[in-house]
Design a protein around this ligand. Structure first.
Ligand SMILES: NC(=O)c1ccc[n+]([C@@H]2O[C@H](COP(=O)([O-])OP(=O)(O)OC[C@H]3O[C@@H](n4cnc5c(N)ncnc54)[C@H](O)[C@@H]3O)[C@@H](O)[C@H]2O)c1
Ligand SMILES: [Zn+2]
Length: 351
């Protein structure tokens, strides 16, 4: 059982989505690379669940793999772990023609992808997402990064994967909250790009249609990336809910997970947009209904001043513009560049 989406980018790749793919990934990988050596990078929560099945499938396909396991968690998506991964690749003498397999959530994919992007000036990597968020969002589009103490994803590269293999069976072991993070990005895709998909999510339980929902998420993201891989225009629409979402993550010292923060961010942006006349009346009620249906948060625990400070950061000194994304209707979004005064008005209207 497998469906595939083709992504057109600076280098094209396929996304395979389905059930049981952990056990067949070796064969899919040999179809896209001639190399028979790789490093499997995964985290300490995913390794005991799934690494041996991937290793077995690779071995069966004639691929030799060495496995690197780092401690799970966003706090380890940093330069130190990234450096350890690079050292591991060098120690195992991976060459320019070998590749990396990133098995895990967005943290693993972003960091192993960045290691692949920079090791010997760039080697291939395969994304094997095991969270609903990574499958539906981060494993597609070629953005790789690690965090700095000053903020999230501050060092990184655009580096498309060679292939994405998504086994939706792996979501069965996700904690409920981690699954919900992916739901937030899924609702986002419907809200910005596909009203019929949003309706579907409101009528059907996502958990009963996982492959189909991941496929639609990937199609929506792939269409945006095909048009604007390096985020000079249209790709910014994927940041709906993210300007204030990132501010919430920052205010919470990253205790509020990304998807939950985005869920609140979409509510805040839509409340402001409705009050300021960018979105038609009733839009907020639809966004709230999506969050309510899937148990996502709707209230912001921070005051306007805190959010504003977190959203502006060092831009205050540079007098920069900040983009916010608003819904023109359900299924259609646009970007509004705000100066700092405009952002203050927007944040105040959001609460
Ligand atoms: N590159 C992009 O375009 C992009 C887009 C969105 C988010 N991101 C990044 O993605 C990260 C968030 O991704 P995430 O939510 O997947 O986080 P994550 O990788 O930390 O995974 C969440 C938790 O679930 C565990 N886990 C993963 N798969 C599991 C499974 N199948 N069963 C049980 N536990 C499992 C992990 O070990 C971790 O503890 C953030 O760092 C964010 O910046 C990147
Ligand atoms: Zn996001």
């Amino acid at each position: 059982m497998m469906e595939s989406v083709h992504v057109t980018a600076s280098r094209d790749y396929d996304v395979h989505i389905g059930s049981g793919l952990l056990d067949t990934c070796g064969a899919q990988i040999t179809a896209v690379t001639a190399s028979r050596r790789c490093a499997l990078v995964t985290d300490s929560a995913v390794a005991p669940l799934y690494a041996s099945r991937v290793e077995a499938s690779l071995r069966h396909a004639g691929i030799e793999a060495c496995t690197y396991v780092f401690p799970a968690g966003e706090q380890n998506k940093n330069l130190a772990t990234y450096g350890d991964i690079l050292a591991f690749l060098a120690e195992h003498r991976l060459t320019r023609s070998d590749f990396v397999v990133a098995l895990g959530g967005g943290v693993t994919g972003d960091m192993a992808g960045f290691a692949a992007a920079t090791y010997q000036r760039g080697i291939d990597y395969i994304q094997m997402p095991t969270t609903f968020l990574a499958a539906s969002d981060s494993s597609v589009g070629g953005k790789t990064a690690v965090d700095l103490p000053a903020g999230k994803n501050l060092v990184g590269a655009f580096w498309p994967p060679r292939l994405v293999v998504c086994d939706c069976d792996t979501f069965q072991t996700l904690p409920e909250d981690t699954f919900a993070d992916g739901v937030a990005e899924t609702l986002k895709h419907g809200l910005i790009a596909d009203a019929a998909f949003f309706d579907f999510l409101m009528r059907q339980p996502i958990r009963e249609h996982l492959s189909e929902v991941v496929r639609r998420n990937v199609e929506i993201k792939a269409a945006v990336v095909a048009e604007d891989e390096y985020e000079s225009g249209k790709r910014k629409l994927l940041n709906f809910g993210h300007t204030l979402g990132h501010a919430i993550e920052k205010c919470s010292a990253y205790a509020v997970p990304h998807g939950h923060a985005v869920a609140i961010g979409m509510v805040l942006a839509t409340r402001a947009a409705e009050r300021l006349g960018y979105s038609p009346r009733g839009t907020l009620e639809t966004v709230l209904a999506g969050n309510r249906r899937y148990g996502l948060p709707m209230e912001c625990p921070y005051a306007a001043q805190e959010l504003y400070d977190a959203a502006t950061g060092d831009k205050k000194r540079r007098g920069g513009k900040i983009d916010v994304v608003v819904l023109e209707e359900i299924g259609r979004a646009k970007t509004i560049p705000l100066d700092l005064d405009g952002l203050r008005v927007f944040v105040e209207a959001a609460l």
